[in-house]
Design a binder for this molecule. Structure first.
Ligand SMILES: [Zn+2]
Length: 384
């Protein structure tokens, strides 16, 4: 019989719970889970002066560590996942940029195995059902209208692993596709869209529940034509994704979204591409060439922003130090809200007994000092 693993009690830290922050709170880890009571032989770990927060949940991420989820081998995909894990992301949805339908179906099949293994939390198709007017870093010739049959084919290719599809709901077939996705239990996300305010409201009524990187790749807020931004911010049924890297959004835009939607309806995402956690240089985003300079990724042709090089620990730190958001609100946006949307809140997204022991230890300046995933240290805190 294998010896029972000793449990660990994290003590002394500022623990962020769904009910509030507890100074000197205790988190007990036994095996892969958080438990409610510490056995007598539990080993204490003093985390005084540190924050203890739930592992981060990134529902929109294209790669990292030099690897692309759209084109990389299984080993490369795992390297990308590992890179983000070292920055605190313990739950990650792999996003695919626009490609040929057959290619995307084949990628979904490859990635679905990693979802089954527990390395990924799901697959997100960002395209091809998006607007040529707001294509961003997607290749125009591969874009198509959201025909429900084509949408279903892609979702089926993921064998239950597809969690979200971003689409421009104003295109022909858009509303029917939203209804289909809602029926299939897949998140319909409005994004890369040229919709009006009214068209956006119609899509939300049909079942769309997420705004793909609010503000980016959609018409700006106008006083006579409020467009998708106003419709997405005002509706209680919608969670808005925000890329908090200081490049995609002005801090005032982020503040506006937080105020209007409230901390319970914001999800911090990275929208990261290969260069995240890796460095400047030349990359591919799907079929398009991208140059990363000083951490900003742009298409070589046309100069559109092409994803980010963000990791969620940097988004957290920026939210706390630049945007001066309360840590409890940041934890909602970076862990709890995306976990709830993905239907994973019974396992991740907060520090509660019975959940996976996924957590991040941050120092007083919000730098990552420890990452625990399913009870195993990915980064072991080196304290004192
Ligand atoms: Zn994206």
């Amino acid at each position: 019989m294998a010896a029972r693993a000793k449990s660990t009690v994290l003590t002394g830290g500022r623990v962020v719970l769904p009910t509030g922050t507890v100074d000197g709170g205790r988190v007990i880890v036994e095996g892969t889970r958080i438990t409610g009571a510490a056995p007598a032989d539990a080993v204490p770990l003093d985390l005084s002066g540190h924050w203890v927060v739930p592992g981060f949940v990134d529902m929109h991420n294209h790669g990292g560590g030099g690897a692309s989820f759209t084109s990389g081998s299984v080993d490369e995909v795992l390297k990308g996942v590992r890179t983000h894990l070292e920055h605190g992301t313990t739950t990650l949805v792999a996003s695919l940029v626009t490609g040929e339908a057959d290619f995307l179906a084949q990628r979904a099949s490859v990635l679905s195995e990693l979802v089954e293994q527990g390395d990924l939390a799901g697959i997100h198709f960002e395209g091809p059902f998006i607007s040529p007017c707001r294509k961003g870093a997607h290749s125009e010739e591969l874009l198509r209208d959201p025909d429900p049959a084509a949408v279903r084919k892609l979702v089926d290719a993921g064998r239950g692993a597809v969690r979200m599809v971003t689409l421009a709901t104003e295109l022909p077939g858009g509303i029917e596709s939203v209804r289909l996705l809602a029926e299939l239990g897949v998140i319909a996300a409005i994004g890369h869209t040229d919709a009006t305010y009214e068209q956006t409201a119609e899509a939300i009524d049909a079942g769309a529940t997420v705004a793909t990187h609010l503000f980016n790749a959609m018409p700006p807020l106008g006083h006579r034509a409020p467009g998708p931004i106003a419709a997405l911010l005002e509706d209680e049924r919608v969670t808005v994704e925000l890329i908090n890297d200081g490049t995609h959004l002005h801090p005032a835009a982020l503040e506006l979204a937080f105020h209007r939607a409230g901390a319970g309806r914001v999800a911090f995402i990275t929208d990261a591409m290969d260069a995240a956690g890796f460095g400047d240089g030349l990359y591919q985003l799907g079929p398009l060439a991208v140059e990363v300079k000083e951490g900003v990724a742009r298409l070589v042709e046309g100069g559109s922003i092409a994803g980010s090089t963000l990791t969620l620990d940097t988004a957290f730190k920026r939210a706390a130090t630049v945007d001066r958001l309360p840590v409890g609100d940041i934890v909602q946006a970076i862990s709890a809200n995306p976990a709830k949307l993905l239907g994973l809140y019974d396992r991740v997204g907060s520090l509660e007994p019975g959940k996976d022991a996924d957590l991040v230890v941050l120092d007083a300046d919000f730098a990552v000092k420890g990452v625990l995933r399913r009870g195993a240290w990915v980064i072991q805190p080196q304290l004192g």
